[in-house]
Design a protein around this ligand. Sequence first.
Ligand SMILES: [Zn+2]
Length: 81
Amino acid sequence: MKTDEYGLEVLQVDPPNTSKRYSTCGFTHDENRDQESFECQKCGYENHTDYNASKNTGLQYLRCPQKSKISGVQTRREASR
Ligand SMILES: [Zn+2]
């Protein structure tokens, strides 16, 4: 059913570690995130938390191109504000 697909999509787009994971090297750690700043504890990369998190979710969409038609990204943006 379509409804089930939507439910799965939500889980994939917003996993609990999205804001703690550095999208490029893949290192995930609680201390990667400090308020609104992000610093990878493994490679030392620094950036804004939301920017990194959106890169993580963007990569997930790239891995599932057949699902990118679903407007999950827009819904997520509204929910996070
Ligand atoms: Zn890193």
